[in-house]
Design a protein around this ligand. Structure first.
Ligand code: NAD
Length: 429
């Protein structure tokens, strides 16, 4: 992930593929120059509270035993319990978990949620595991990090390679050892065991809400807007369909194979999403097909990169013709591209605001779990709408007051909140 502004465009010798931790530290330093937060607090925030490393033994289906490495990095909990995903991926490292845990601290803070930041995972390719092996690995990992987590301490959620079923096993393993059912130990569970209605659609819904607000801010009517979406998965399809429902012309949507393109607007509900039929966007009968690169360069009002990270780079940022970029994916814009887009006056609404609907509905799920009271889908969506509008207003005020980019403004809001909480609690002893 690489998502911050370079101070100087000439500095493009730094890697476009810097690590998550390098990015997080650079973002923190950049935001620190714009917020009145004590240097000692900034120093504290450069370091995680703790990183737990565990060995996770797994009995494979053939009877052999393999030991995997798992991590849980906890960055900061000054505003509430640590919160962040658990990934099962071969590239998981302690350093990556630390970087991503910092990023969760800012995401929760910009949304004003009473959570801090964490991230964890197991170094494993889940595609190499049978369902039974995945279940045993998840349960054993839950046991190994049991002392580190808890509904008032640290609340994991699904991430790359994990899903609602993984969270169900994790919650069950934790609950069995505690002797009582504790749904609030993880979020992103199936609704039947305490998951929230609307959780799956929430990141895409928040992207659509923020795109709508951004259009309005730049005096473009949503029902006259044109939109292009890269990635037609959970985030992209939900965002595209909502914007379509609100009257926008979604002219292009893509999956890994390419894009369906119709200048008069696609029927986004008829294009198969990743969940409905993986990688089938090209089967939709569109007048034109485009490559993924071409989607990023369409002359539209809003471009939503919602597939993977680092797709807007120094190589293509000058060719982006969209009036506004709204980040659906995590880290789709490299720092070099961010600088180029800023110089070209193309606003980039950052991921930590736009796709924060996921962690926001995770917060609603946690509230429902600890209160043992399920909310209706209508209530979830209403509350999500008001949380997104409130965060949008906070960031917008910062943009207007400080003449800063949307990304810098979001970090200023987040760091301001975390810094103020730290100053008020103090350093102990
Ligand atoms: P998904 O697996 O549901 O869908 C991903 C889509 O992107 C698919 O249509 C796939 O074909 C397409 N795609 C994959 N590689 C591509 C490539 N190289 N070029 C173009 N398209 C490609 O994934 P998702 O859950 O929608 O996540 C998308 C992004 O949003 C990721 O960056 C993820 O980290 C981020 N995100 C997801 C959530 C969530 O809860 N789902 C929350 C916040 C952020």
């Amino acid at each position: 992930m690489a998502t911050n502004t370079l101070d100087d465009r000439e500095e493009d010798d730094y890697s476009e593929t810097e690590s998550a931790l390098e990015t997080a530290l650079r973002q923190l330093s950049a935001a620190a120059t714009q917020v009145d937060v004590d240097d000692g607090i900034i120093e504290r925030l450069k370091h995680p509270t703790r990183v737990v490393e565990v060995g996770v033994p797994l009995k494979r289906d053939d009877g052999s035993v393999e030991v995997f490495t798992g991590y849980r990095a906890q960055h900061d909990d000054v505003r509430g319990p640590y919160k962040g995903g658990l990934r099962f991926h071969p590239d998981v490292t302690a350093e990556e978990c630390v970087g991503l845990s910092m990023w969760m601290t800012w995401k929760c803070a910009v949304m004003d949620l009473p959570f801090g930041g964490a991230k964890g995972g197991v170094v494993v390719n889940p595609k190499d595991l049978s369902t039974g092996e995945k279940e045993r690995l998840t349960r054993r990992f839950a046991e190994e990090i049991r002392d580190t987590i808890g509904p008032k301490r640290d609340i994991p959620a699904p991430d790359m390679g994990t899903d609602a079923q993984t969270m169900a096993w994790f919650m069950d393993a934790y609950s069995m050892q505690e002797g009582e059912t504790i749904p609030g130990v993880v979020t992103g569970k199936p609704p039947v065991i305490g998951g929230s209605e609307g959780r799956e659609e929430a990141p895409g819904r928040s992207v659509a809400i923020i795109a709508r607000e951004a259009l309005q801010y730049y005096d473009i009517d949503v029902d006259e807007a044109t939109v292009a979406v890269q990635g037609f998965g959970s985030v992209g399809a939900n965002a595209a369909r909502l914007l379509d429902d609100w009257g926008a012309d979604v002219v292009a949507v893509s999956d890994v194979n390419g894009a369906a393109y119709d200048t008069t607007g696609l029927d986004t509900h008829a294009v198969p999403s990743h969940e409905e039929q993986p990688e089938a966007v090209m089967q939709y009968d569109a007048p034109n097909m485009l490559t993924n690169e071409e989607v990023l360069e369409l002359d539209v009002d809003v471009l939503i990169p919602a597939a993977i990270g680092n797709v807007l780079t120094a190589d293509n940022a000058d060719d982006v013709q969209a009036d506004i970029v709204v980040e659906g994916a995590n880290g789709p814009t490299t720092s070099a591209a961010d600088t180029i887009l800023e110089e070209r006056d193309v606003p980039v609404i950052p991921d930590i605001l736009a796709n924060a609907g996921g962690v926001t509905v995770s917060y609603f799920e946690w509230l429902q779990d600890i209160n043992r009271r399920q909310w209706s889908l209508e209530r979830v969506n209403d509350e999500l709408e008001s949380h997104m509008l409130s965060a949008w207003d906070d960031v917008r005020r910062e943009v207007e007051a400080g003449d800063v980019s949307w990304r810098d403004a979001a970090y200023v809001v987040a760091l301001g909140r975390v810094g103020e909480a730290k100053a008020s609690r103090g350093l102990w002893p």
